[in-house]
Design a protein around this ligand. Structure first.
Ligand code: G4P
Length: 513
């Protein structure tokens, strides 16, 4: 199968905008699940299996991300395989989300029609922009009272500095809602029945009531026309209006992804870009997740395949390990169930069960001659000392911290002076996950204490200067999991001060392995 038939994408949104509902509807229409609600039901069943996921339940948020694959046949395009990567919605998990977005070729931005661009939408959008990930916008909940269409369009354009190209027009919202006009066909999708859902009724040559006709025309001519090139380079977003709950706009959205969203893109590996057409199987790990079963401490590493045709049993070399491993039980993430993969193509996501050999950022390849780049660790914004309640458990604690840092739950730093370990995270919630998992999975009871540091920087430079720097600053230095030198700063000012004092050293806020 040609790689052109893959569409690997994510949905970005502020919590409550309707991502879960839209995901369900997309899967439903893709024939992947048969009842709406199954996404949540599956989630609940999954959560019950693992203690630390109780946090998810208590807080009602999704901590982990998963992969959903579905297929659809189109008259003009043939079969298309969609890989939908779920991004954790909570702002605490920006690092995890960032990495997930490195594994997609495009994104859908869901906006609540009553709220417009919200903080988390904006943050996630910026991540997409960094990597020129093209965005299709879905303005959701038009079955409810929302803000005026022009106000919403202008807000997207102004706040995100992006051209907007409306593809549809909502004929009224809330109580006045009469359906959605699709500019491409000139037809209106109508609400039907007591629930006012879209059940398939489209008026082909509908005449709009006067109060809407003028605005519908203004919206069409007043904004740029859709331009594939501009969309794919991240300069323009086509805007769809709909209601995930009532099923409006979902078909049009799927068609837009199939038609416009880019097939697998080349991925950066240093100065090179690795094409999906390359024969060699290559990929990178963007996420590692502990198995849901606490009795088995194996994990699933999620690999975004970049090139080649993967076959079950194939040997690939992880860059972090240096020697090949045979991939006997790869997992593909079809929404009904997890299926054992026999083959996979560029753009697909493969789950690889392992016992900690695979780490986030690792490249996997047949020849072990390239390294994918752009999957950094971020300098933590919260640092805490870990205090053991039972001091005889030092060894278990170290093992646990090493494991959890490999998984990307936390970063761990071993200070040059003193015995206490320091953990660093980007968001507060990660700390709760840490304490909960230490206890549930490693039987280590620990508490966190304030550390006198505000942030950390990876220090690099000529060895002689590094040695000098080290001898002067031992009290503020630590080694990370890989043994790399880290400056623990008391304040951002502290970083600036050291940078000025040591112009030949670099103090980096991100690190690529
Ligand atoms: P999220 O994943 O982005 O956080 O949002 P989710 O889909 O869970 O939707 C948040 C709330 O908005 C839900 O209501 C959901 O039913 C509602 N919603 C989603 N899409 C639409 C839409 O198109 N129209 C309307 N009117 N509502 C929509 P809830 O009451 O918070 O949750 P629930 O108990 O009904 O699931």
């Amino acid at each position: 199968m040609s790689t052109n038939s893959r569409r690997t994408f994510a949905i970005i949104s502020h919590p409550d905008a309707g991502k879960t509902t839209l995901t369900e509807k997309l899967l439903l229409q893709g024939g992947a699940i048969h009842l709406a609600g199954e996404v949540k039901a599956r989630g609940a069943a999954r959560r019950a299996r693992s203690d630390w996921m109780k946090i998810e339940q208590q807080r009602g948020i999704s901590v982990t991300s998963s992969v959903m694959t579905f297929e659809r046949a189109f008259d003009d395009l043939g079969d298309v395989t969609f890989n939908l990567l779920d991004t954790p919605g909570h702002e605490d998990f920006s690092e995890d989300t960032y990495r997930t977005l490195t594994a997609v070729d495009s994104a859908i931005m869901v906006i609540d029609a009553a709220k417009g661009i919200e903080p988390q939408t904006r943050k996630l959008f910026e991540v997409c922009r960094l990597r020129s990930v093209p965005i299709i916008t879905f303005v959701n909940k038009v079955d409810r009272e929302g803000r005026p269409v022009f106000e919403l369009l202008d807000e997207i354009a102004d706040m995100l500095a992006l051209d907007v190209s409306p593809q549809m027009f909502p004929v009224g919202m809330g109580g006045e809602f009469e359906g959605i006009l699709d500019y491409a066909t000139g037809s209106i999708a109508r609400p039907e029945g007591p629930s006012k859902e879209f059940l398939g009724k489209r008026d082909a040559n509908a005449v709009l009531p006067e109060q809407f006709a003028e605005n519908a025309e203004l919206a069409q001519i007043g904004y740029p026309e859709f331009d594939l090139e501009a969309y794919r380079s991240g300069d323009l977003t086509p805007v769809y209006f709909g209601s995930a709950l009532k099923n409006f706009g979902v078909t049009e959205l799927i068609e837009a992804i199939a038609k416009y969203a880019p097939p697998p893109r080349p991925q950066p590996a240093g100065d090179e870009h690795i094409s999906p057409e390359r024969d060699e199987v290559t990929g990178f790990i963007f996420k590692v997740q502990a198995n849901m079963d606490p009795n088995h401490r194996d994990r699933i590493a999620f690999m975004r395949q970049v090139s080649g045709t993967f076959k079950r049993g194939m040997k690939l070399t992880p860059s972090g390990l240096g020697k090949p491993i045979a991939i006997h039980s790869p997992i593909l993430f079809f929404a009904q169930d997890r299926e054992i993969a026999d083959t996979a193509e560029a753009g697909d996501i493969i789950g690889i069960p392992n016992h900690g050999t695979l780490r986030v950022g690792d490249t996997l390849s047949e020849t072990n001659t390239l390294r994918f780049t752009g999957l950094p660790n971020f300098a933590p914004e919260i640092l805490r000392r870990v205090r053991l309640k039972d001091p005889t458990k030092t060894k278990q604690l170290r093992k646990a911290l090493d494991d959890l840092s490999e998984e990307g739950v936390i970063q761990v730093f071993y200070p040059e002076l003193g015995a206490q370990h320091i953990v660093g995270v980007v968001g507060q919630l990660q700390l709760e996950v840490l304490i909960s998992r230490l206890s549930a999975e490693y039987k280590v009871e620990a508490a966190l204490e304030a550390a006198p540091f505000a942030t950390a920087r990876w220090v690099k430079g000529p060895q002689e200067l590094l040695d000098q720097f080290e001898s002067f600053n031992r009290a503020n230095l630590a080694k990370d999991r890989d043994g790399d030198l880290v400056f623990m700063a008391k304040s951002p000012w502290d970083v600036g001060y050291q940078e000025e004092k040591n112009p030949d050293l670099t103090f980096s806020a991100t690190k690529e392995r």
